[in-house]
Design a protein around this ligand. Structure first.
Ligand SMILES: [Zn+2]
Length: 319
Protein backbone atom coordinates (compact mmCIF):
# COMPACT_ATOMS: atom_id res chain seq x y z
CA UNK A 1 0.00 0.00 0.00
CA UNK A 2 1.54 3.33 -0.95
CA UNK A 3 1.74 6.26 1.48
CA UNK A 4 -1.08 8.31 0.01
CA UNK A 5 -3.42 5.35 -0.07
CA UNK A 6 -2.53 4.52 3.52
CA UNK A 7 -3.29 8.08 4.68
CA UNK A 8 -6.56 7.94 2.77
CA UNK A 9 -7.52 4.60 4.33
CA UNK A 10 -6.70 5.89 7.83
CA UNK A 11 -8.80 8.98 7.19
CA UNK A 12 -11.72 6.95 5.92
CA UNK A 13 -11.52 4.45 8.79
CA UNK A 14 -11.29 7.38 11.21
CA UNK A 15 -14.37 8.97 9.73
CA UNK A 16 -16.13 5.63 9.85
CA UNK A 17 -15.39 5.12 13.54
CA UNK A 18 -16.53 8.65 14.32
CA UNK A 19 -19.61 8.42 12.18
CA UNK A 20 -20.73 4.86 12.66
CA UNK A 21 -24.12 5.82 13.99
CA UNK A 22 -26.83 3.20 14.01
CA UNK A 23 -29.26 3.46 11.18
CA UNK A 24 -30.28 1.57 8.16
CA UNK A 25 -27.91 1.21 5.29
CA UNK A 26 -29.64 2.60 2.21
CA UNK A 27 -30.91 0.11 -0.36
CA UNK A 28 -28.50 -0.86 -3.13
CA UNK A 29 -31.11 0.56 -5.49
CA UNK A 30 -30.70 4.00 -3.92
CA UNK A 31 -26.97 3.94 -3.17
CA UNK A 32 -25.06 1.23 -5.06
CA UNK A 33 -21.91 -0.12 -3.46
CA UNK A 34 -18.77 1.65 -4.73
CA UNK A 35 -20.94 4.24 -6.50
CA UNK A 36 -17.84 6.35 -7.14
CA UNK A 37 -16.33 3.86 -9.59
CA UNK A 38 -18.23 5.54 -12.44
CA UNK A 39 -16.72 8.96 -11.69
CA UNK A 40 -15.81 11.30 -13.18
CA UNK A 41 -18.95 11.44 -15.27
CA UNK A 42 -18.17 11.98 -18.98
CA UNK A 43 -19.65 15.51 -19.09
CA UNK A 44 -16.81 16.91 -16.99
CA UNK A 45 -14.24 16.40 -19.75
CA UNK A 46 -16.30 18.81 -21.89
CA UNK A 47 -16.62 21.63 -19.29
CA UNK A 48 -14.19 24.44 -18.41
CA UNK A 49 -12.60 23.46 -15.11
CA UNK A 50 -12.12 26.53 -12.92
CA UNK A 51 -10.14 24.66 -10.29
CA UNK A 52 -10.31 22.53 -7.18
CA UNK A 53 -10.97 24.25 -3.86
CA UNK A 54 -10.14 22.93 -0.36
CA UNK A 55 -9.70 19.41 -1.85
CA UNK A 56 -13.49 19.18 -1.62
CA UNK A 57 -15.13 21.26 -4.36
CA UNK A 58 -14.59 21.22 -8.09
CA UNK A 59 -15.73 24.34 -9.93
CA UNK A 60 -16.77 24.51 -13.58
CA UNK A 61 -17.43 27.67 -15.57
CA UNK A 62 -20.57 27.00 -17.62
CA UNK A 63 -21.14 30.42 -19.22
CA UNK A 64 -19.88 33.93 -18.48
CA UNK A 65 -21.05 34.49 -14.90
CA UNK A 66 -22.35 30.94 -14.31
CA UNK A 67 -20.35 28.50 -12.20
CA UNK A 68 -21.18 25.00 -11.02
CA UNK A 69 -19.71 24.26 -7.59
CA UNK A 70 -19.61 20.48 -7.28
CA UNK A 71 -18.99 18.12 -4.33
CA UNK A 72 -17.91 14.90 -6.08
CA UNK A 73 -16.56 13.00 -3.06
CA UNK A 74 -19.80 12.53 -1.11
CA UNK A 75 -22.61 10.31 -2.42
CA UNK A 76 -25.11 13.11 -3.08
CA UNK A 77 -22.67 14.73 -5.54
CA UNK A 78 -24.32 17.99 -4.50
CA UNK A 79 -24.22 20.92 -6.89
CA UNK A 80 -24.53 24.63 -6.15
CA UNK A 81 -24.52 27.36 -8.80
CA UNK A 82 -23.04 30.82 -8.59
CA UNK A 83 -25.00 33.07 -10.94
CA UNK A 84 -23.65 36.56 -11.47
CA UNK A 85 -25.18 39.67 -12.99
CA UNK A 86 -23.56 43.09 -13.30
CA UNK A 87 -24.54 44.24 -9.81
CA UNK A 88 -24.95 41.16 -7.66
CA UNK A 89 -25.03 37.41 -7.63
CA UNK A 90 -26.97 34.55 -6.17
CA UNK A 91 -25.86 31.13 -5.07
CA UNK A 92 -28.51 28.59 -6.02
CA UNK A 93 -28.36 26.06 -3.16
CA UNK A 94 -25.47 25.76 -0.76
CA UNK A 95 -24.48 22.10 -0.78
CA UNK A 96 -23.88 19.80 2.16
CA UNK A 97 -22.04 22.22 4.41
CA UNK A 98 -18.98 19.95 4.53
CA UNK A 99 -16.76 22.45 2.70
CA UNK A 100 -16.41 26.22 3.12
CA UNK A 101 -18.66 27.38 0.27
CA UNK A 102 -18.49 31.07 1.19
CA UNK A 103 -14.73 30.97 0.72
CA UNK A 104 -15.13 29.45 -2.76
CA UNK A 105 -17.69 32.11 -3.69
CA UNK A 106 -15.40 34.88 -2.47
CA UNK A 107 -12.61 33.53 -4.68
CA UNK A 108 -14.90 33.67 -7.74
CA UNK A 109 -16.53 37.11 -7.31
CA UNK A 110 -16.37 40.40 -5.41
CA UNK A 111 -20.10 41.06 -5.94
CA UNK A 112 -22.56 40.69 -3.04
CA UNK A 113 -24.07 37.20 -3.15
CA UNK A 114 -27.30 36.00 -1.58
CA UNK A 115 -28.77 32.51 -1.37
CA UNK A 116 -31.73 31.16 -3.33
CA UNK A 117 -32.69 27.64 -2.24
CA UNK A 118 -34.46 25.35 -4.71
CA UNK A 119 -35.78 23.43 -1.66
CA UNK A 120 -34.57 22.59 1.83
CA UNK A 121 -33.22 19.03 1.84
CA UNK A 122 -29.96 18.90 3.77
CA UNK A 123 -27.69 18.63 0.74
CA UNK A 124 -29.02 21.92 -0.66
CA UNK A 125 -28.93 24.14 2.42
CA UNK A 126 -25.76 23.09 4.29
CA UNK A 127 -23.91 26.40 3.94
CA UNK A 128 -26.91 28.76 4.14
CA UNK A 129 -25.72 29.95 7.54
CA UNK A 130 -22.65 31.54 5.95
CA UNK A 131 -24.78 34.07 4.02
CA UNK A 132 -26.92 36.96 5.22
CA UNK A 133 -29.72 36.93 2.64
CA UNK A 134 -31.64 33.68 2.11
CA UNK A 135 -34.63 33.23 -0.20
CA UNK A 136 -36.97 30.24 -0.24
CA UNK A 137 -40.36 29.47 -1.77
CA UNK A 138 -43.26 30.48 0.41
CA UNK A 139 -44.16 27.04 1.78
CA UNK A 140 -44.52 26.36 5.50
CA UNK A 141 -42.75 22.96 5.49
CA UNK A 142 -39.71 24.33 3.64
CA UNK A 143 -39.55 27.43 5.86
CA UNK A 144 -39.82 25.30 9.01
CA UNK A 145 -37.00 23.03 7.93
CA UNK A 146 -34.73 26.06 7.52
CA UNK A 147 -35.73 27.46 10.89
CA UNK A 148 -35.26 24.11 12.67
CA UNK A 149 -31.94 23.15 11.10
CA UNK A 150 -30.76 19.53 10.97
CA UNK A 151 -28.98 17.76 13.81
CA UNK A 152 -25.79 15.73 13.83
CA UNK A 153 -27.52 12.36 14.37
CA UNK A 154 -29.51 12.71 11.12
CA UNK A 155 -26.44 13.69 9.15
CA UNK A 156 -24.13 10.90 10.30
CA UNK A 157 -25.07 8.32 7.68
CA UNK A 158 -24.19 10.79 4.94
CA UNK A 159 -20.55 10.65 5.99
CA UNK A 160 -20.45 6.90 6.57
CA UNK A 161 -17.72 4.89 4.89
CA UNK A 162 -20.15 3.93 2.09
CA UNK A 163 -20.94 7.56 1.32
CA UNK A 164 -17.41 8.95 0.89
CA UNK A 165 -14.49 8.11 -1.37
CA UNK A 166 -12.07 10.89 -0.35
CA UNK A 167 -11.09 12.25 3.05
CA UNK A 168 -13.24 14.98 4.52
CA UNK A 169 -11.69 18.44 4.23
CA UNK A 170 -9.34 19.78 6.87
CA UNK A 171 -11.19 21.66 9.57
CA UNK A 172 -14.44 19.72 9.14
CA UNK A 173 -15.47 17.92 12.33
CA UNK A 174 -17.90 15.02 11.69
CA UNK A 175 -18.76 14.92 15.42
CA UNK A 176 -20.17 18.43 15.46
CA UNK A 177 -21.53 18.69 11.89
CA UNK A 178 -25.04 20.17 11.84
CA UNK A 179 -27.08 22.25 9.44
CA UNK A 180 -27.53 25.34 11.61
CA UNK A 181 -31.00 26.93 11.80
CA UNK A 182 -31.46 30.02 9.65
CA UNK A 183 -34.30 32.46 9.07
CA UNK A 184 -35.29 33.07 5.46
CA UNK A 185 -35.03 36.77 4.66
CA UNK A 186 -37.09 36.71 1.45
CA UNK A 187 -40.00 34.54 0.36
CA UNK A 188 -40.43 33.60 -3.29
CA UNK A 189 -43.65 33.03 -5.20
CA UNK A 190 -44.59 31.71 -8.63
CA UNK A 191 -43.27 34.21 -11.17
CA UNK A 192 -41.05 36.16 -8.76
CA UNK A 193 -38.21 37.73 -10.73
CA UNK A 194 -34.68 38.08 -9.39
CA UNK A 195 -32.77 40.95 -10.97
CA UNK A 196 -28.99 40.62 -10.77
CA UNK A 197 -28.30 43.65 -12.97
CA UNK A 198 -28.53 42.85 -16.67
CA UNK A 199 -29.62 39.31 -15.84
CA UNK A 200 -33.09 38.38 -14.64
CA UNK A 201 -34.15 34.96 -13.34
CA UNK A 202 -37.74 33.81 -12.96
CA UNK A 203 -39.06 31.53 -10.22
CA UNK A 204 -41.15 28.58 -11.44
CA UNK A 205 -42.88 26.68 -8.63
CA UNK A 206 -42.41 22.96 -9.31
CA UNK A 207 -43.77 21.01 -6.31
CA UNK A 208 -43.43 17.24 -6.28
CA UNK A 209 -39.91 16.40 -5.09
CA UNK A 210 -40.87 18.55 -2.11
CA UNK A 211 -43.82 20.94 -1.63
CA UNK A 212 -41.82 24.13 -2.09
CA UNK A 213 -39.42 23.00 -4.81
CA UNK A 214 -38.67 25.61 -7.45
CA UNK A 215 -36.82 25.86 -10.73
CA UNK A 216 -35.18 29.09 -11.88
CA UNK A 217 -35.32 30.17 -15.49
CA UNK A 218 -32.50 32.27 -16.95
CA UNK A 219 -34.11 33.13 -20.29
CA UNK A 220 -31.25 35.14 -21.81
CA UNK A 221 -28.82 32.28 -21.30
CA UNK A 222 -31.55 29.69 -22.04
CA UNK A 223 -30.74 27.80 -18.82
CA UNK A 224 -33.16 26.17 -16.38
CA UNK A 225 -31.82 25.55 -12.86
CA UNK A 226 -33.81 22.49 -11.83
CA UNK A 227 -32.84 21.70 -8.22
CA UNK A 228 -33.99 18.12 -7.59
CA UNK A 229 -37.01 18.29 -9.88
CA UNK A 230 -34.61 16.89 -12.45
CA UNK A 231 -31.07 15.55 -12.22
CA UNK A 232 -29.52 12.81 -14.34
CA UNK A 233 -29.62 10.10 -11.68
CA UNK A 234 -32.34 8.21 -9.84
CA UNK A 235 -35.17 10.72 -9.36
CA UNK A 236 -36.64 10.30 -5.89
CA UNK A 237 -40.32 9.59 -6.42
CA UNK A 238 -40.30 7.23 -3.40
CA UNK A 239 -39.32 9.65 -0.64
CA UNK A 240 -41.66 10.82 2.12
CA UNK A 241 -41.73 14.43 0.90
CA UNK A 242 -42.85 13.48 -2.59
CA UNK A 243 -46.28 14.16 -4.05
CA UNK A 244 -46.34 12.19 -7.28
CA UNK A 245 -49.32 14.01 -8.85
CA UNK A 246 -47.65 17.35 -8.18
CA UNK A 247 -44.36 16.00 -9.56
CA UNK A 248 -45.97 14.91 -12.82
CA UNK A 249 -47.83 18.24 -13.13
CA UNK A 250 -44.56 20.11 -12.58
CA UNK A 251 -42.81 18.13 -15.31
CA UNK A 252 -45.73 18.95 -17.61
CA UNK A 253 -45.41 22.63 -16.68
CA UNK A 254 -41.67 22.58 -17.52
CA UNK A 255 -42.41 20.73 -20.77
CA UNK A 256 -44.89 23.46 -21.78
CA UNK A 257 -42.06 26.01 -21.48
CA UNK A 258 -39.29 23.98 -23.10
CA UNK A 259 -38.97 26.48 -25.96
CA UNK A 260 -37.48 28.88 -23.37
CA UNK A 261 -34.41 26.84 -22.35
CA UNK A 262 -31.80 24.56 -23.91
CA UNK A 263 -29.77 23.39 -20.90
CA UNK A 264 -30.53 22.17 -17.40
CA UNK A 265 -28.29 23.00 -14.46
CA UNK A 266 -29.35 20.19 -12.16
CA UNK A 267 -29.09 19.71 -8.42
CA UNK A 268 -26.80 16.67 -8.52
CA UNK A 269 -24.27 14.75 -10.57
CA UNK A 270 -24.12 16.73 -13.82
CA UNK A 271 -24.42 20.50 -14.24
CA UNK A 272 -25.06 20.69 -17.99
CA UNK A 273 -27.83 18.50 -19.35
CA UNK A 274 -29.68 18.92 -22.64
CA UNK A 275 -33.26 20.04 -22.02
CA UNK A 276 -34.75 17.42 -24.37
CA UNK A 277 -34.86 15.05 -21.40
CA UNK A 278 -37.68 16.96 -19.61
CA UNK A 279 -40.64 15.71 -21.73
CA UNK A 280 -39.17 12.21 -21.55
CA UNK A 281 -39.46 12.31 -17.74
CA UNK A 282 -43.20 12.86 -18.12
CA UNK A 283 -43.41 9.98 -20.58
CA UNK A 284 -41.41 7.80 -18.19
CA UNK A 285 -43.90 8.36 -15.34
CA UNK A 286 -46.73 7.48 -17.72
CA UNK A 287 -44.89 4.31 -18.77
CA UNK A 288 -44.49 3.28 -15.13
CA UNK A 289 -48.14 3.86 -14.27
CA UNK A 290 -49.23 1.96 -17.38
CA UNK A 291 -47.28 -1.05 -16.07
CA UNK A 292 -44.33 -0.79 -18.47
CA UNK A 293 -40.62 -0.02 -18.10
CA UNK A 294 -37.57 -1.99 -16.99
CA UNK A 295 -36.85 -2.09 -13.28
CA UNK A 296 -35.13 -3.84 -10.42
CA UNK A 297 -37.08 -4.38 -7.21
CA UNK A 298 -35.94 -4.73 -3.61
CA UNK A 299 -38.08 -4.69 -0.49
CA UNK A 300 -40.99 -2.73 -1.93
CA UNK A 301 -38.81 -0.29 -3.84
CA UNK A 302 -38.35 -0.20 -7.61
CA UNK A 303 -35.65 1.48 -9.67
CA UNK A 304 -36.81 2.05 -13.24
CA UNK A 305 -34.18 2.63 -15.91
CA UNK A 306 -34.57 5.20 -18.67
CA UNK A 307 -32.19 6.89 -21.08
CA UNK A 308 -30.29 9.54 -19.09
CA UNK A 309 -32.14 9.15 -15.76
CA UNK A 310 -33.81 6.59 -13.49
CA UNK A 311 -36.89 6.77 -11.28
CA UNK A 312 -37.13 5.35 -7.75
CA UNK A 313 -40.68 4.58 -6.72
CA UNK A 314 -42.39 2.38 -4.13
CA UNK A 315 -44.22 -0.63 -5.49
CA UNK A 316 -47.34 0.36 -3.50
CA UNK A 317 -47.46 3.68 -5.39
CA UNK A 318 -47.97 1.86 -8.69
CA UNK A 319 -50.70 -0.65 -7.90
ZN1 LIG B 1 -33.90 17.10 -2.52
Amino acid sequence: MNGKLWIFMCAVIGVFILSCAPGEKPSELVQPENWWENLPRPVYATLENAGTFQSWFEVYKLTEGTYAIYEPYQFEEAMSYLVLGKERGIIIDTGTGIGDLKQVVSELTDLPVSVVNTHTHFDHVGNNYQFEEIAIYEDASEINRLIEGIDNAFLQRHISIESLWKPLPEGFDPKTWTIPPVEPTYLLDEGTTIDLGGRILEVIHTPGHSPGSICLLDPDNRILFTGDTFFPGPLYAHASDVNIDDYMASIEKLTSRIHEYDFLCSGHNDPWVNSEVIPRVGEAFETIFEGGGNFDEDDGLRRYYFDGFDILIRTDMIK
